[in-house]
Unconditional design. Structure first.
Length: 556
């Protein structure tokens, strides 16, 4: 009689699952390559490109003065909106590694449609991070199927999916942070030279995008100290390797951040101070009220996390974080003062879980403690998103660890896949404006309670509608009744009629059309500069689900 090994049918070990995972990543890669052109230009992108250009020209002028393309690049730079600010010494403290690399690629390959090509580059880095996240979950749980669920969570959250194509600050920072955390987790088990170099490299790259990346090294130092307390000979055996890690981190950080070359210590401290309290003086719409970005309530980022992620993430996260915290406090309370060993973890997995929980908590506590200026939701904290998903998967694993629930494992997996299917549905439903997704807790009232398209990702679509509606080769004046600039979208529209448009900004006197996406830096009830005159009628509304993204008004 033919005997079948039950293990061969296990979802965790099945070769079929391995093949499906491989096919999934291939399909995801192909989809990304196909759709990256669908996304419009966002408000930060011209600034980021100018930043990359400034430092690219600075490096050429200081180290390659005979570079043949220098004058052409300089002309391009001088035409950019933010160039004068950089020449006046402003904005130099911003990390520039990704934007610098993007300009290098643009120059070397003489690229056209540079913003779209940068979207592709953005996606490729995020795609790589998704592979890394799969490996992180697999390393911890030794379970292909659970790792597959984890990477589906990681990829299909609508806002993260959309911004993976154009958010060249927060998503790139998140990706580099994830790479660093992966090698930090491996380093916590084995102090190999390879892990040291790769951890220090990616931690440095993360810092070179946002100075908050330094917390990765600080967090690792804390765990190193705890290891030293646990094992008497640990410091002696690993001091040289630990010194190499610290040296490598600062070496890589300075190597890839030109601003630090000018004045290594003062410029780094100035950059860190800028992160702690960025001086933007605008207000943000939060819970239906306009609140100063410099004086937001402590729960601002937490509320944004809850309302913009699929609700299943938050539920599983709460369970997972409770269990990890319980393990930590239980171990802590059982410390033997006479024998300071096995104090906070009983296994390497316990150590990993605590490290990931701290990776999530430390930045949130730091933001609250420093009173950091925040705006545009929780995008400045996107880099903790991998930790949130990791802990959610831990929560799922914890549920299935109970004997009662083990009998219903496939039922729970089915429920999870229903939620993932809903994620896929929302990706299609909102495309290419997944960035305006809110979960069912607030979706129907989102326009009245929170900022929606703060990226201006829908602006290009509205501009195309204006061009089509005008049906004329005459000059037309277009005003903007919101804080988000409309003129940036001209860089991504391949239509000669774009030359017929005069962008008048907030001047509402002589407009043929007025655009708004209802983004304001001040309460519009107090400031009347965004008021749309009564002699204009609505001709277009861009909407996804219950969310209004933007509208266009035409003079009667």
């Amino acid at each position: 009689m033919l005997r079948i090994n039950p293990k061969s049918l296990s979802l965790s070990n099945s070769k079929i699952i391995s093949y499906l995972i491989y096919i999934f990543f291939c399909a995801y890669f192909i989809i990304g390559i196909k759709i990256y052109k669908d996304y419009g230009i966002t408000t930060d992108e011209p600034f980021q490109r100018t930043s990359g250009y400034y430092w690219y020209l600075w490096i050429i002028s200081n180290f390659f003065s005979d570079y043949t393309n220098f004058e052409f690049l300089k002309i391009n730079f001088n035409k950019m909106e933010w160039s004068q600010g950089f020449k006046n010494g402003l904005f130099l403290e911003y990390g520039v590694i990704f934007d610098l690399f993007a300009v290098f690629i643009e120059d070397i390959f003489n690229l056209e449609n540079v913003y779209q090509k940068k979207h592709l580059l953005n996606f490729l880095i995020f795609f790589s991070s998704s592979v890394c996240f799969f490996q992180l979950i697999k390393y911890r749980f030794k379970d292909n199927f659970l790792s597959f669920i984890g990477v589906l969570f990681y990829i299909t959250s609508p806002r993260v999916f959309a911004e993976s194509f154009y958010n060249s600050k927060d998503i790139i920072f998140m990706s580099f942070t994830l790479f660093a955390v992966f090698f930090a987790v491996k380093l916590l088990k084995n102090y190999k030279i390879k892990n040291i170099i790769l951890f220090s490299l990616f931690a440095a790259l993360a810092t070179d995008v946002r100075t908050m990346g330094i917390f990765l090294i600080l967090l690792f130092v804390i765990f190193f100290i705890l290891e030293c307390l646990e094992k008497n000979s640990f410091l002696k055996n690993n001091f040289t390797l630990f010194s190499l890690l610290i040296f490598s981190y600062f070496l890589f950080m300075y190597l890839f951040w030109p601003h630090l070359w000018l004045n290594p210590l003062d410029n780094f401290l100035a950059s860190f101070q800028s992160f702690k309290n960025y001086s933007w003086g605008g207000s943000v719409l939060y819970l239906g009220e306009y609140v100063s970005a410099q004086h937001l309530p402590w729960h601002y980022s937490l509320v944004w996390i809850v309302i913009t992620l699929p609700i299943i993430y938050s539920l599983l996260f709460v369970l997972g974080s409770f269990k990890i915290s319980f393990n930590f406090f239980n171990n802590f309370l059982n410390i033997d003062p006479e024998n300071f060993s096995k104090k906070l973890w009983y296994s390497h997995n316990d150590k990993i879980d605590l490290f990931i929980l701290m990776y999530f908590l430390v930045p949130i506590v730091a933001v609250i403690a420093f009173g950091s200026t925040l705006y545009n939701g929780w995008r400045h904290l996107y880099f903790i998103y991998p930790a949130l998903v990791y802990i959610s998967i831990f929560g799922l694993k914890y549920i299935l660890s109970f004997d009662f629930f083990k009998n219903f494992k496939y039922f729970f997996y089915s429920i999870i896949f229903i939620f993932i299917f809903i994620n896929f549905y929302n990706l299609i439903k909102f495309h290419p404006y997944q960035n305006v997704y809110f979960n069912y807790l607030v979706e129907k009232k989102a326009n009245y309670l929170f900022e929606v398209d703060y990226w201006g990702s829908g602006n290009a679509h509205a501009l195309k509608k204006i061009i089509k509606d005008a049906q004329s080769n005459k000059k037309i004046n277009v005003g903007t009744a919101s804080f988000t600039p409309l003129s940036y979208s001209k860089y991504i529209i391949n239509d000669k009629k774009i030359e017929n448009i005069n962008f008048l900004g907030n001047d509402q006197l002589n407009n043929d059309y007025i655009f708004t996406n209802y983004m304001y830096e001040k309460d519009p009830k107090i400031s009347k500069k965004y008021l749309i005159p009564r002699n204009y009628e609505k001709v277009f509304t861009l909407k996804r689900g219950n969310i209004i993204i933007n509208e266009v008004f035409k003079k009667k």
